[in-house]
Design a protein around this ligand. Structure first.
Ligand code: CUA
Length: 286
């Protein structure tokens, strides 16, 4: 597609340069008509039909279900974050948020849906985009060909913080991926540090567990992102902030300033020491 547009662009610029510098002589009306019919109708029709056919030829591969036995992920769009589930046979799926890890070189199928409005799932470096439609499951298949960290975005306007609805995609070797997934399946670490332990109490006392789950603790909310391993993630607030303690404190205290329209209330009324303890607890959930 890029090569096709480059050829067209070079041809148009070339004609413009020719017209401005070398084209200063009179031409017959017949030649002008040929230019309009040929360059204005026939050529674009041929080029666009060719590019369209090429684009459509890629679709079946994107939309087809991945080969049996492939890794399948369920991703649900929410205003403005992503619920990610790795289904497991005989167990509840492993749930996390705003981060996806994939094994390199293997076909992966994403099963996409939405909890509220239409979102669009897009990892520009890895594949095409696909709408996430409430009440309907869509699919997207892709295969990452090299390891690395990539950014995914929501590609459909979905409300105030649409532009702050991103996620991180880490493509790893199979062994690293398996290790990561096994670790994500575990329940949360029990905080050893006294500050973090106080943070765990504050987390429950302030009602955070009504919306967020931390597996292995009484916090079992399902409205917001699962925080069991939030400390291990690359970003906070759906790739809005870097995952460092100062970022966490900022998120907790000024949630609506960081992400306008967010459903989570800000906890700026808490004492600074309490915010530090909460941040220490959440950072420790690796
Ligand atoms: Cu979700 Cu835009």
């Amino acid at each position: 597609m890029a090569a096709g547009s480059l050829v067209v662009w070079i041809a148009v610029v070339g004609l413009t340069v020719y017209a401005v510098w070398f084209g200063r002589r009179t031409r017959s009306e017949r030649a002008a008509r040929w230019l309009v019919v040929g360059g204005g109708v026939a050529l674009p029709t041929a080029v666009l039909t060719g590019l369209l056919a090429y684009g459509l030829s890629l679709l079946p591969q994107t939309l087809a279900p991945a080969p049996p036995g492939s890794l399948t992920l369920q991703v649900t769009g929410h205003q403005w974050w992503w619920r990610v589930r790795y289904p497991r046979e005989g167990h509840a799926p492993i749930e996390l948020a705003n981060e996806i890890r994939l094994p390199v070189g293997e076909p992966v199928e994403f099963q996409l849906d939405s909890a509220d409005v239409i979102h669009s799932f897009w990892i520009p470096a890895l594949g095409g985009k696909m709408d996430m439609i409430p009440g309907r499951r869509t699919r997207l298949q892709l295969r990452a060909t090299r390891t690395g960290t990539f950014r995914g975005v929501c590609a459909e306007y979905c409300g105030t913080s649409h532009a702050l609805m991103a996620f991180m995609v880490v493509v790893q070797e199979r062994a690293d991926f398996d290790r990561w997934l096994a670790q994500q399946a575990e329940t949360a670490t029990v905080p050893a540090d006294p500050d973090a332990a106080r943070g765990a109490e504050l987390f429950l006392a302030n009602g955070c567990g009504a919306c967020h789950a931390v597996r292995g603790t009484p916090a079992d909310g399902v409205i917001g992102p699962d925080l069991t391993h939030v400390g291990s993630r690359l970003s906070l607030g759906a790739a809005t902030l870097t995952n460092v303690p100062s970022g966490l404190r900022r998120w907790l205290a000024r949630t609506g300033a960081v992400k306008p329209g967010v459903h989570m209330p800000a906890f700026g009324m808490l004492a600074a020491a309490d915010l530090d303890a909460l941040a220490a607890y959440l950072e420790g959930l690796r």
